[in-house]
Design a protein around this ligand. Structure first.
Ligand SMILES: *[C@@H]1O[C@H](CO)[C@@H](O)[C@H](O)[C@H]1NC(C)=O
Length: 365
């Protein structure tokens, strides 16, 4: 007699907890099993915190001023970044930084919903960074993924692991640092077209390795007009965008779109991808700020000096009260508000922004 009512109450309690859980998570449906993230500071969620010699870090204020708990987590943002919003969209927690998993005594289950290998300062090319350990270049990120792949196979068995991996998203957000790095000695040894072609052919090699380890669904984010970020405008007397940098970004995006098309149509017929044209969308934010909810698209929010880009976003710097109105958080990176708009659009946007399919369509394939 005493057991029945308490069991009913327990049942109701559990249902309530379940419903509250659904409400809190916002997205009830989990659209993919996992997300594996490769890239640079646009999607770093804390890997560089573990690189003790690195200066490419954001684990100090005012970064994170709008993050839950006002914490500086290593994200180069006032709040969440594109990796967080992509995870939210598909109903997953943000993929944890790989280096946080290997430095703790983690077990395989923490890999099951994905891992982030992204690292501030990383590029497609291994640079001298390798020596100074400022960041994890893409070659190393892919190497780390292969160890995760092997662990998944060990833990789940080959068939279950490959089923999980084949339905998961492989997000790649990289290339800005390589474009910024095109100067001096590099410029002398290759022309712009040769340079971007070698970027895409290196990237193709890495996509091939990921494919050989089970990856089938890729989210590839194109470069924005990075000649318009505050660090670049700051170098121009009239605060205009660096046209050379923008041209190189566009040239890379075109080479990237062509490479992806060839990869799927001629080499790896079983992959699918969504390319997001950040360039066009960010350009429209810059050209019509108001219609996208921005009032400031030139200056950074956090920093000091002209365009708040003379001094980076350091604890001594000032930050703006109206983060939602700014396109740029610091001299290189978008605000949380801008990152949210990009991912909303990559997920559900029209086919001239996200193609051949948008990310929602990619998850359903
Ligand atoms: C500033 O940018 C404009 C537009 O790209 C360019 O014509 C001009 O030469 C630049 N000035 C300097 C000092 O770089």
């Amino acid at each position: 007699m005493t057991h029945m009512p308490s069991r009913n109450i327990m049942g109701i309690f559990l249902i309530l907890l379940f419903l509250i859980g659904l409400r809190c998570s916002g997205t009830a449906a989990q659209l993919v099993p996992a997300i594996f993230v490769f890239g640079d500071s646009l999607v770093d969620v804390g890997n560089n915190n573990h690189l003790h010699l690195s200066l490419a870090k954001a684990d100090f204020p005012h970064n994170g001023v709008d993050f839950p708990g006002k914490r500086a987590t290593g994200r180069f943002s006032n709040g969440k970044n594109a990796a967080d919003f992509l995870a939210e969209k598909v109903g997953l927690p943000t993929s944890p930084p790989y280096l946080s998993l290997v430095s703790g005594n983690s077990n395989v289950p923490s890999f099951l919903t994905g891992v982030s290998f992204a690292s501030g300062g990383a590029g497609i090319f291994d640079s001298t960074d390798q020596v100074y350990k400022q960041s994890i270049p893409l070659s190393k990120q892919v190497e780390y993924y292969t160890t995760v792949h092997d662990d998944l196979v060990k833990h789940l068995g080959s068939s279950a692991a490959h089923k999980l991996i084949s339905k998961s998203l492989f997000a790649v957000v990289i290339g800005s640092n390589d474009v910024f790095g095109y100067s001096g000695s590099v410029k002398a040894s290759s022309n712009p077209q040769q340079y971007v072609d070698s970027m895409t052919s290196s990237l193709k090699g890495y996509l091939n390795i990921l494919h050989s380890r089970g990856a089938r669904k890729f989210v590839i984010i194109g470069l924005g007009p990075i000649g318009c970020c505050p660090s670049q405008r700051n170098q121009n007397r009239t605060e205009e965008c660096n046209e050379g940098t923008n041209r190189l970004s566009l040239m890379y995006n075109e080479a990237l779109v062509a490479m992806l098309h060839t990869l799927k149509s001629e080499e790896l017929g079983d992959i699918s991808y969504s390319f997001y044209d950040t360039y066009t969308v960010m350009q429209s934010f810059i050209q019509s700020p108001a219609s996208n909810g921005f009032t400031e698209v030139k200056a950074a929010c956090c920093g000091l000096g002209k365009l708040k880009a003379k001094v980076a976003c350091l604890p001594i710097s000032k930050y703006c009260p109206n983060r939602r109105d700014h396109l740029f958080w610091d001299l290189y990176h978008p605000t949380e508000a801008a990152a949210r708009l990009f991912i909303d659009d990559a997920f559900d946007g029209p086919s001239h922004h996200a193609f051949p399919v948008n990310v929602r369509q990619l998850t359903a394939l």
